[in-house]
Design a protein around this ligand. Structure first.
Ligand code: NAI
Ligand code: CS2
Length: 500
């Protein structure tokens, strides 16, 4: 398997931490759809470390649905190995990740090649990190039949383009060949991600073949997972840094934080790696952990993404260097998000919040606010809207005393959508066209907030039923518009003191 031309043969591998199990017969038992940064720095690492502990090693084959380029050959040229530098604020660990068997872009190798991989008999798990939009769900959590990829797949299900269409076609072929089913494991930031994936898959399968849907229902499991590790997208400067630290160019290399967490619902129809041996928690119910992480970590990230962008901060750690922004982030975590969570959650939320603030302050992690700001239409419902509604339902806040930081976040998002604060801000969102057309249609004199409030995927009827909350969003929007973001943050902080 080894050839002297692999890049990692030419460097001092003692410099890199690596596992020692033999890779010569590493078999693909996991096919991962969405071979992006996060998967390579999280699930692949857990699998690599678990492989080193005991039992048969599990190999991972990666598939990208929409990326261009010769991924397969490029990755094979470095023996399907990739580097990862894990950094906290003072130290770093350089790792070689060895659990991959290969990877492909469908653009390059074609759909049939991907389906063949998914139909290899020993494949037991198909995992996903395809971003929130990749599940093609409606805001109510059903399959979105108006989604263009889904429409295309329903018309020609044997040559699918969506993640859901590919999974169902692979399962159909496996059933036809009398092969075992595989588990479908979502690792995206979506609450009840397993259950939601199951709904998308079954809604889709029912539309093409009722018997197949029945077979999937009885044979396939959809474990939910809570995943956590900050893995920023790489850019020229981080690639340069990686090369300086590792000694070779690795276009699959990544820099992540040291922290990692994985909570998995233990529901696998066809086995799984010993992930508990590498630190994952296997539990019966993941939802309380998912909600905790989505609201306290991701919700605060979205706050920093929009407010930080308006302030002109490029990176999350720079937001944390602004004392007022740091204080408001802590207040958002503890005084709003934490109160929205299940009372049964057995976690010290004060300590959790402190650890999040420390992670966000890590100057060695160059996490761009604009990266987190992407896809707000998909991210805000679970991170913000559901928290607001839970807070009202639990009586922690009410119409007279609303959760102001969450509402401020929504006002900041409305500003960012318009991108007026900086010349180079780009709205990247699958709903960008709808959002812009709402704004355009309101151009003749009406308030931009009124236009955007018609965007029902975020501002749903349950939220709109609280006029005083809507009034407060508009109020914050106007203060940001008229006085600027810094003055608006000062006003928010003062308002919070009067609410205490
Ligand atoms: P990335 O940009 O490196 O990779 C995204 C992957 O999703 C690519 O493979 C892309 O082809 C695929 N994709 C995008 N839209 C798709 C669609 N409509 N259908 C199918 N595939 C699609 O991003 P990264 O960092 O790997 O993050 C991906 C997801 O992982 C996030 O959206 C989030 O849900 C989850 N995650 C990321 C973390 C991070 O820090 N990067 C941490 C925790 C979770
Ligand atoms: C971030 C997350 O991009 C985003 O929306 O909030 O990717 C975040 O970095 C991870 O969930 C951390 O685990």
């Amino acid at each position: 398997m080894h050839s002297s031309s692999y890049i990692f043969d030419s460097i001092n591998v003692n410099n890199l931490q690596q596992t020692s199990y033999p890779r010569d017969n590493l078999q693909t038992k996991i096919v991962h759809i969405g071979f992006g940064a996060f998967h390579r720095a999280h699930q692949a690492v857990y699998t690599d470390l678990a492989n080193n502990e005991e039992g048969e090693p599990w190999g991972i084959y990666g598939i990208n649905l929409f990326r261009k380029g010769t991924l397969s050959d490029d990755f094979a040229a470095q023996d399907n190995l990739a580097t990862l530098i894990e950094k906290d604020s003072v130290s770093s660990t350089k790792r070689l990740v060895r659990s991959f068997t290969g990877a492909m872009n469908i653009h390059d190798k074609g759909t049939q090649f991907a389906l063949d991989k998914l139909c290899e008999p020993q494949v037991a798990i198909v995992s996903l990190t395809v971003t929130e939009k990749g599940y093609c769900l409606t805001p109510e959590g059903r399959l979105n039949r108006k989604n263009t990829l889904i429409q295309q797949d329903l018309d020609s299900p044997h040559t699918p383009v969506s993640a859901i269409g590919i999974i169902v076609e692979a399962l159909r072929l496996r059933k036809e060949k009398s092969l075992s089913a595989f588990s479908v494991m979502s690792c995206d930031n979506i609450p009840e991600n397993g259950h939601k994936t199951q709904i998308a898959v079954l809604d889709y399968a029912k539309s093409i073949d009722a018997k197949l849907a029945e077979w999937i229902e009885s044979n396939v499991t959809f474990p939910s997972t809570m995943v956590d590790r900050i893995v920023p997208a790489m850019d020229d400067s981080t690639f340069q840094h990686l090369e300086e630290e590792i000694g070779v160019q690795d276009c699959f290399g990544l820099i992540s934080e040291t922290f990692k967490q994985w909570v998995i619902e233990d529901q696998f129809c066809n086995g799984r790696p010993n992930w508990h041996l590498s630190g994952a928690m296997l539990v019966e119910d993941v939802l309380p952990y998912e909600e905790m992480k989505l609201r306290m970590l991701n919700g605060s990230h979205s706050f920093l993404a929009y407010v930080g962008s308006l302030c002109g901060y490029k990176y999350v750690y720079q937001c944390m260097e602004d004392p007022l922004l740091k204080e408001l982030t802590a207040q958002l975590m503890i005084e709003e998000q934490a109160l929205s969570l299940s009372d049964e959650l057995d976690v010290d939320l004060q300590r959790y919040a402190q650890s999040l603030l420390a992670r966000f302050s890590n100057q060695n992690i160059k996490h761009q606010t604009t990266q987190i700001a992407m896809d707000g239409s998909q991210k805000l419902p679970p991170r913000v809207i559901e928290s607001i509604l839970a807070l009202l339902q639990k009586g922690a806040f009410d119409e007279k005393n609303p959760p102001s930081i969450l509402l401020f976040l929504l006002a900041a998002w409305m500003h960012c959508i318009q991108g007026k604060h900086t010349a180079d801000y780009q709205l990247i969102d699958p709903e960008a066209e709808t959002l812009i057309s709402l704004l355009d249609s309101s151009a003749l004199g009406s308030h931009p907030c009124d236009a955007l409030l018609q965007f029902k995927a975020v501002f749903n009827d349950n939220l709109l039923a609280h006029p005083s909350l809507i009034k407060r969003i508009k109020y914050f929007y106007n203060v940001i518009e008229q006085q600027g973001i810094q003055a608006a943050l000062t006003e928010l902080s003062a308002l919070l003191r009067t609410q205490e």
